[in-house]
Design a protein around this ligand. Sequence first.
Ligand code: ADP
Ligand code: MG
Length: 407
Amino acid sequence: MPDPEPRAIDHPAPAGARAALEDLAHAWRQRRGRTAQPRLYFSPGRVNLMGAHLDYNGGPVMPVAIDRGTFIALAPRADSHLRVASLVEPGECEIDLAAAARPERSGAWFDYPLGVALALRGSRLDLPGLDVLYGGNLPIGGGLSSSASICVGTALALAQAWGMQQTPLERIETALWAEREYVGVKCGVMDPTSIGLARKGHLLWLDCKDRSSEHLPLDDDRLLIGVADSGVRRELARGDFNRRVEECRAAFTALRAHAPGATCLRDVPLHVLDAHGAALDAPVARRARHVLEEVARTWSARTALLQGDLQAFGAAMVQTHASLRELFEVSLPELDLLAEVALSIDGVYGARLTGAGFGGCVVVLLHPRARHELAPRLQQAFARRFGRVPDVKLYASSDGPCEVAAG
Ligand code: ADP
Ligand code: MG
């Protein structure tokens, strides 16, 4: 099959990700020997800096893609089978692409790449088989969107292998279909969009209501992104998350009568909540207050960033964390401690829990002069209180998914 995209690979792997790429290339050689040279791809994860829990409420968000993510090695097979395996999750899967019946989702990790493959395949039963091996260096289930990373990256890698042309927006749609319709997670547009449209040295200003977006510059010389992983993975987090989605929906249903023309909670003016919030269940009113104040805060953070005022941007992140703790009620003592200790370090602009909450990670925005102090300070304080050492990493911004050179 002709390859419509040029094979010249000018992307080295991001500096933060080279070790994971080497692990993947090594594992590939052990499985397949040196004969089948794979094509290699990198797909970033993402951290959302502002706009917490706004994506499913139609608000603006400010995610940045990071230089850690998913690595993909892929080579053609002689038959029509697609086989996927991963170095970070157990279990492999093999399907016959020429068989018309669509395999049921299994609940295993490989539903993500299979969903992408099935979306791309459509009704075509003549696609050549592929061996695909995944690696990566993102925390899985930690709120840095390893799921969108694997989906968007797989869409790029498979489309290229199958000679299909996709625009970045089509790739994002493919990834969304896989996660929403095949895997069955009601995720928002933010995750695949922030990864699919990522540009190094920028964050993505994304309006989740009309999906318009804009790249806003991030000054790499003046700021680094730190991520501290609380290590807490709540089994029930998905249920808690869905409850928050329901509460926001309930708030909108009750308030929309007083906000003509509103199509999502983001559109409801704060004075409408002030006037009619007492009629809502108290937790529902608190969720709505977080959402509406967060919309305003995200707009001010945008202004601060454009003016180069990182102190003001960081202050907005701190207010967001307080609101997530008090009003949205998705924080945990582990996350509160990490955010609080980070703020006591000279050179830290702001810190807040990122992702859905109930566990996962805290993101810290810092001046490079604080880079050596961040991990030891967070780890010492956390270990004293919780008896274990959290993982703390520094990230730089990244481009979106791309093919990378092997060495
Ligand atoms: P998050 O997106 O916050 O990391 P999710 O629960 O949405 O958490 O997605 C995590 C799931 O994505 C994993 O349980 C696994 O099924 C899948 N996944 C992500 N990256 C990989 C990978 N490199 N290899 C195998 N599965 C992966
Ligand atoms: Mg996810």
